[in-house]
Ligand binder design. Structure first.
Ligand code: PLP
Length: 406
């Protein structure tokens, strides 16, 4: 049976809203995706039938809340093919990377090196720069090819015995390029380095079998993966989490506290100080369950058909240039483009007047923009619920912008 985009759309109430007389053509999923009823219902059930704090209470509501919170951890772990005790809930993807940079980073010595790429999101650059200031580590950078992929041919030449971690986007939030994880892991092994993947743009496109990828750390954000805001995930191998000191101190993350000394709880609690984002975690658990039930073979084929339709349409518009891979191989449905002579913000504003939501600007990837001397791009980022109608509305808007703004 072919992929039924209408049935998927029907599960997302916001997609049938009419706002200022216009339908919602939501193509800004790379910034934040929409949430299906399954997620809204799970959060509402917690708030209306089980709201309490977790871990500390002995009353029935506290037990319900704790069960729901820990079940969410199981759902996330199942989505990633790993053990629940290796899942740390964080405030977001940025928070997860900062946790690793602070905690794993505290195990590094001056002169140790972290390898990033030129296309990383700022949240996979700045935490390492903070660590550099704090701890005297060095940062190396893998350049990007002209079609917006991390140039893995350059990887071996950048590795040294001091390289301790390679941290890269699994999928680029600007070009949609998917990285060859096997090549990165093999190269990392040759010098004994760890690998972290920033899965912010990959996790929203279906379950991930982390054990088969062979990486050491994985992070993603709930709000981009059909879940609530304010929740993110860090996965790390148990042996690594056990070796890492806490990031933040407070309630719930301790074994025993005296004024002389404090001992830590085992992972993951050691990394979840204070009251965690309980409702958002429960919502993310529901989002992972929802994603596991989706036909991703059909969804991915549908998304790629939409990408092709978009690229074909853009190629027919005078002055429109795509930035990123030209084909469908090893790419996800994020497409950046420029319209010669028109600022990306003006393109996006015109599109908004057609009911089309996209992102414009540097996409928190200024080093990548600098490399290609770009002010920014207009970015179309899709989810399985995006239809041909969404892409057609976008193309109509871009044609209008090309005609009226140049
Ligand atoms: C590749 C990538 N990494 C990290 C982030 C940061 O995610 P958050 O702002 O949810 O922490 C984003 C957000 O756009 C992203 O696209």
């Amino acid at each position: 049976m072919s992929f039924d985009v209408g049935a998927v759309r029907g599960q997302f109430p916001i997609l049938s809203e009419i706002i200022d007389g216009k339908p919602v053509h939501y193509l800004d999923n790379g910034a934040s995706a929409q949430t299906p009823n399954a997620v809204l219902d799970a959060v509402r059930t917690y708030e209306t039938t089980g709201r309490a704090n977790v871990l500390r209470g002995v009353h029935r509501l506290a037990e319900r809340a704790t069960d729901a919170y820990e079940n969410a951890r199981v759902e996330v772990a199942t989505f990633l093919g790993v053990a629940p005790m290796e899942i740390v809930f964080t405030g977001g993807c940025t928070a997860a990377i900062n946790l690793v940079a602070y905690s794993y980073g505290s195990l590094l010595k001056p002169g140790d090196r972290i390898l990033l790429s030129e296309l990383e999101h700022h949240s996979n650059i700045v935490p390492w720069q903070l660590l550099r200031s704090r701890a005297g580590i060095e940062i190396d950078m893998i350049p990007v090819t002209v079609d917006g992929r991390i140039d893995l041919d350059k990887l071996p030449g950048l590795l040294t015995p001091r390289t301790k971690l390679i941290s890269l986007a699994h999928v680029s939030n600007v070009t949609g390029a998917l990285i060859d994880v096997g090549a990165v892991v093999a190269a990392a092994k040759s010098v004994g380095a760890r690998v972290m993947l920033d899965g912010a743009q990959k996790a929203p496109h279906g379950p991930i079998d982390l054990p088969s990828l062979g990486v050491d750390f994985y992070v993603f954000a709930g709000h981009k993966a059909y879940g609530p805001n304010g929740i993110g995930v860090l996965w790390a191998k148990a042996e690594l989490l056990d070796a890492m000191p806490p990031f933040m101190g407070g309630g719930s993350m301790i074994g025993r506290v005296t004024f002389a000394e404090t001992t830590w709880a085992p992972a993951p609690r050691r990394f979840e100080a204070g009251t965690p984002p309980i409702g958002p975690a429960i919502g993310l658990g529901a989002a992972c369950k929802w994603m596991r039930a989706l036909d991703w073979t059909g969804a991915h084929a549908h998304e790629m058909t939409m990408v092709q339709h978009l690229m074909d349409g853009l190629q027919k518009i005078d002055g429109a240039r795509i930035f990123g891979p030209a084909g469908l191989q090893n790419r996800y449905p994020v497409v950046s483009f420029m319209l010669d002579g028109v600022h990306p913000h003006d393109v996006a504003q015109t599109l908004d007047s057609f009911g089309v939501a996209v992102r414009a600007g540097h996409h928190c990837a200024q080093p990548l923009m600098d490399r290609f001397d770009l002010d920014g791009t207009t970015r179309v980022s899709m989810a399985p619920y995006n239809s041909r109608g969404d892409i057609d509305a976008l193309l109509t808007g871009v044609r209008h912008a090309a005609k009226t703004l140049r």
